[in-house]
Design a protein around this ligand. Structure first.
Ligand SMILES: [Zn+2]
Length: 420
């Protein structure tokens, strides 16, 4: 007798990202794990079986409307492990200035940058912020993202940061997307503390972090360790305090300069260090040794017109490499992880297999979600995509268009393009 599934999906290819509980590093990152003529059976929102079409259809059955037979590629839902989705206003003025040659840091020094978004966000109502942020998440979902990390950091006061984290918590229960909140009060020193930054650092450590912990409003804590943001010493104090409160850590490191953020991440056992454009060989080794995920954000390099992180060196170093959008108003205005896959291949010379693993299983490690997300393996959440193409390699090859046909989140269709 056949076993009963809630849903069965078949495809010309099933790209599984199967990893047996470990992140993919070095040569393993580039090894294909593809079942040609494959299928996935889903029960209770989880993956019940993965195998060849014959195997699955011989031993599983589902109601007639719940068997989706395709000749397309099936891949795990994408995991965007670094985004700043909650903000008001736009920075299109800066976009135009940069197009004319101004740098991100020149614009920040002239009063633009993160601070201008903070001003706009603080004066925007809950309703407007909620609608705008929900729309961002829905665009991410439509482009194949099924798990997303979302940072606060455009409030920069206790009251505002809590307001933003509460908005994220409310959206979490409204839409078919796993949202992982990160507290990033250390995104910038707010303008009212410009001449007394030490007071802001103390406020972060003494008031904001404990309150976020008490209310259980964030899973991770992140710090922008950079010239014009937080020094290495300040970053260490803030992250150490967060660690003491039990938060797993993330850090924005070596984006514009080599500030020592990677070494700090490794020392403190951070879950991920992100950006890393200016990382040295020593930084890479330290991250590899500590098991800290190196999250690369090529969309930001593209949007700011700068250099790209040395992905090939990172892969050679044995570090766990992940990819994310860094979606934000100033330095990367895209919700599309597909765009990131294309940039990773074209600009950072990653192979399609490497890019896909970095955006699925390794990104799951960057969010402490590898037990339930990131690959098509039995027991994990049934988060998967049916693509418009029949070969996963044709996915990053296309850019600027959505090649996702169907998004399945926890075993249910969460978004669908026109019928296959
Ligand atoms: Zn960021």
């Amino acid at each position: 007798m056949k076993k009963q599934a809630d849903l069965i999906v078949t495809g010309k290819q099933v790209f599984t990202s199967a990893s047996a509980g470990k992140p993919k590093r070095g040569a393993e990152l580039g090894a294909a794990d593809v079942i040609s003529g494959g299928a996935v059976a889903v029960m209770g929102g989880r993956i019940a079986a993965v195998g060849s079409r014959e195997e699955i259809l011989d031993s599983w059955e589902a109601a007639p409307g719940s068997i989706i037979k395709t000749e397309k590629a099936i891949v795990p839902g994408l995991i965007d492990s670094h985004t700043h989705p909650l903000f008001a206003g736009s920075r299109v003025g800066e976009f135009i200035l940069r197009a004319q040659g101004a740098s991100y840091q020149e614009i920040a020094a002239a009063g633009g940058g993160i601070k201008s978004t903070v001003t706009a966000t603080r004066s925007t109502s809950n309703e407007v912020l909620m609608d705008a942020t929900r729309a961002v998440f829905m665009r991410m979902l439509a482009h194949g993202t099924t798990t997303v990390e979302a940072k606060s950091g455009y409030g920069l006061s206790l009251e505002e940061e809590l307001r933003h984290l509460l908005i994220l918590a409310e959206i979490k229960v409204q839409i078919p997307l796993e949202i992982v909140s990160t507290f990033m009060g250390a995104h910038a020193v707010p303008p009212e503390y410009a001449s007394r930054r030490e007071e802001y650092v103390r406020c972060l450590i003494g008031e904001m972090l404990p309150e976020v912990r008490k209310r259980n409003l964030a899973e991770f804590v992140d710090v922008f360790c950079e010239e014009n943001a937080f020094t290495l010493e300040e970053s260490e104090r803030i992250l150490s305090a967060a660690k003491e409160l039990g938060f797993p850590l993330k850090i924005h490191a070596e984006e514009f300069s080599n500030s020592g953020g990677s070494g700090l991440a490794a020392r403190l056992g951070a879950v991920s260090a992100d950006h890393l454009l200016r990382a040295s060989g020593e930084d890479m080794e330290a991250l590899a040794l500590a098991g800290t995920v190196a999250t690369l954000l090529p969309g930001t390099a593209f949007f700011l017109g700068g250099e790209y992180a040395p992905a090939r060196s990172f892969i050679r170093s044995g570090a766990t490499v992940a990819l994310a959008t860094d979606f934000n108003a100033g330095s990367c205005m895209t919700e599309s992880m597909q765009a990131v896959l294309s940039l990773a291949c074209l600009k950072m010379k990653m192979t399609p297999e490497e890019a896909l693993h970095a955006a699925t299983i390794n990104a799951a490690f960057a969010l402490n979600r590898a037990g339930s997300k990131g690959s098509l393996e039995v027991g994990k959440d049934a988060d998967l995509l049916i693509l418009e193409v029949d070969d996963y390699r044709l996915w990053p090859y296309r850019f600027g268009v959505n090649m996702v046909n169907t998004v399945i989140w926890r075993g249910k269709i969460a978004w669908k393009n026109y019928p296959l």
